[in-house]
Design a protein around this ligand. Structure first.
Ligand code: ACO
Length: 337
């Protein structure tokens, strides 16, 4: 390890599909109401991909990355590794990172790797970014967090369909030697408790339960999300709070020394419960769930990009993130922007 290298976020970007489903739009598909969704989840609308317009994950990543490259003032061929977090990939193979290299027109043959840790995938990727940069192996890493839950939702199931939306966030990280600035990924902590693996799962479509003719003939969405909402809610609050607290303990910091908390956005009530338990003021919590729903891997990088572009997050700010997803995977970490 070359300890003189620090990890720096040099560019961020995001893309949300053009088509929007408001809560009122959902009332024509299932038995729900705008009032219930807003009160129980904090969500007002979500963006949904248009397959006919080829709004694929690689296209979304291309658009988000072009913004990040512009912010970083970087040529696309300077990217020397693409990490792509996605739960349900664009194709079975090749991986979505490779398709993104193609979409971006990167010709330097940089390695391309997908990460699947569901909603926590972006945060898992962040640890890889830090280790790779500090080893000196790579210089400029593109980390994408993108998901398209609309492709595996049952649009008649009010218990799940109201919660999610599609989106994509891109971040470019650079390894900077002997930097006098504070920017860095200071600490990341990853975990997984597989005892609840089946409480949040997409059961069909893989090797274990392939899609059959019967499923297709039933003309329902062939692969739809199974979720035990109450189990997930409880575990999400406890795990995200505990992990965030352990980061502060390890770094010997208190809540007042943190400028922003960027949590995974699954439900505003989960986020508020974390803030309460963690004794953290909601004014310093970045949220975007109201406009986008739970975009899984994309929630943290898109919320981060919005906050950077609106001027909330400034250079030198200390940012704590905490995340949670199917697996049940979880992660937290501390960055100075
Ligand atoms: N519209 C109207 N009524 C509804 C809806 C809806 N969309 N959904 C449920 N209800 C009804 C239920 O049927 C129930 O009615 P009943 O009392 O007559 O039986 C009532 O509302 C209450 O339902 P609950 O399930 O108790 O509602 P709860 O307050 O627990 O909220 C929710 C449900 C929003 C799913 C919550 O449990 C939750 O957010 N869980 C975590 C979800 C999550 O985070 N998932 C993904 C995390 S990881 C990742 O991002 C992949």
């Amino acid at each position: 390890m070359t300890n003189s290298i620090k990890s720096k976020i040099v560019g961020t970007g995001r893309y949300h599909p053009k088509k929007i489903y408001t809560n009122d739009d959902l009332t024509s598909m299932m038995d729900t109401s705008d009032e219930w969704i807003r009160e129980r989840t904090g969500i007002k609308k979500r963006h949904i991909i248009d397959l006919e317009a080829k709004e694929y994950p690689s296209f979304m990543a291309q658009k988000a990355t072009e913004q990040a490259l512009e912010m970083a003032n970087m040529d696309r061929n300077e990217i020397d590794l693409i990490l792509y977090s996605i739960t349900y990939s664009e194709m079975s193979f090749p991986n979505t990172a490779s398709l993104t290299q193609l979409a971006l027109g990167i010709t330097n043959k940089c390695p391309c790797l997908d990460i699947n840790a569901a909603c926590t995938g972006w945060a898992y990727g962040l640890e890889l970014v830090d280790l790779y940069l500090k080893s000196g192996r790579y210089k400029n890493i593109l980390l994408i967090g993108c998901d398209v839950p609309s492709s595996f939702l049952d649009w008649e199931d009010r218990n799940t369909a109201v919660l999610f939306g599609d989106g994509c966030g891109a971040m470019i990280f650079q390894g900077v030697e002997n930097s006098s600035e504070e920017h860095d990924i200071h600490l990341t902590k990853l975990a997984c408790d597989a005892t609840h693996a089946m409480n949040l799962a997409l059961m069909t479509g893989g090797i274990r339960n392939p899609i059959t003719k019967e499923i297709l003939d039933a003309k329902k969405y062939p692969q739809t999300l199974h979720m035990d909402g109450k189990v997930i809610f409880k575990n999400a609050v406890k795990t995200m709070t505990d992990l965030a607290s352990s980061i502060l303990d390890k770094m010997n910091l208190n809540q007042e020394q943190i400028d922003w908390l960027v949590p995974h956005q699954a439900n505003i009530r989960i986020i508020e419960a974390i803030a309460r338990r963690f004794d953290f003021p909601m004014e310093k919590v970045i949220t975007n769930i109201e406009d986008y729903g739970n975009t899984s891997s994309a929630t943290i990088p898109t919320a981060f990009d919005e906050a950077v572009r609106s001027g909330k997050i400034q250079r030198g700010n200390k940012i704590l993130f905490t995340s949670f997803g199917s697996g049940l995977t979880s992660a937290a970490g501390l960055i100075t922007y």
